[in-house]
Design a protein. Structure first.
Length: 272
């Protein structure tokens, strides 16, 4: 398949096809969290409608690519969750995404992910590299999808993403069914091998979107898997970086089993 630039790919996505994100596999995943608070009153709804009609939102309008995949807490392979990414392609080597726990109107904003090219990643300091994860397995396994777009456009997008690196922070840990964004942000990672992701979690996602991850794996077999730059996926080599949380909030459903514990103590940066 000929090379397609990232900007050209955006034109192949929902907006270029004359479809909104709602037509691209959205509105099938409810939020895990029912947040406290009184329902919006008449005055609030009027203000919201006015803002919607009158205010320009260029940064939000730029979120024209939708990706669905999975994350886990750095240092705890069992703390897994689905992540809905709404992304803006800044240029050929940088993508920025906001992450939600669902794709409905009241989905909760979970965090952010920055995605860079291998070239930009290679230029990072060694300590910085440990914060980032590779996307090779996410793409090749079929776990990462771009719901609703034609197969040819999705495959072209995956060819661009397979050699990239992501840095992801979750700020609202909705897998714990917290009613509010409690605690401190947590660094997240992506899966790197078969058998790591909860098969039931992946199967449930596939059913909702009407797709088959195994079939996508077969369709992507000819996508070249680039060598992963040294420093990425540092958790696999015994280095786990996580923010210390002075609130004592738990950030995973259970402690990691012995096979996934790091070989060295976790590196905890004090909260600022």
């Amino acid at each position: 398949m000929p090379s397609v630039g990232m900007k050209a790919l955006t034109a192949m996505l929902c907006a270029g096809l004359g479809m909104g994100l709602a037509a691209c596999g959205a509105r099938n995943t409810a939020s895990n969290v029912e947040a406290p608070g009184a329902p919006a009153g008449v005055s609030t709804r009027v203000l919201d409608a006015g803002a919607d009609a009158l205010q320009a939102r260029p940064p939000i309008a730029a979120l024209n690519a939708y990706l669905d995949g999975f994350h886990f807490y750095n240092g705890n392979l069992r703390g897994q969750m689905e992540a809905h990414h709404y992304c803006a392609i800044v240029n050929e080597e940088l993508i920025q995404c906001v992450i939600y726990d669902g794709n409905v109107k009241d989905a909760k904003l979970m965090g952010v992910e920055y995605i860079v090219s291998a070239r930009l990643y290679q230029g990072l300091p060694a300590a910085e590299k440990a914060l980032w994860h590779s996307h090779v397995h996410e793409v090749k396994s079929g776990q990462l999808i771009a719901p609703g777009i034609p197969a040819v456009a999705e495959k072209a997008l995956m060819q661009k993403l397979v050699g990239t690196y992501g840095k992801t922070w979750h700020t609202w840990h909705t897998d714990r069914h917290k009613t509010l964004p409690l605690g401190v942000p947590q660094l997240m990672m992506g899966f790197t091998a078969d058998g790591q992701a909860d098969a039931a979690m992946v199967a449930a996602r596939d059913r909702r979107f009407g797709i088959d991850s195994a079939e996508k794996r077969r369709q992507r077999a000819d996508i070249a898997a680039p060598a992963i730059v040294a420093g990425a996926d540092a958790w696999q080599h015994g280095t786990v970086i996580q923010l210390a949380d002075p609130t004592g909030m738990p950030h995973s459903s259970s402690p990691p089993p012995p096979s996934t514990r790091t070989a060295v103590p976790a590196i905890a940066h004090p909260a600022r």
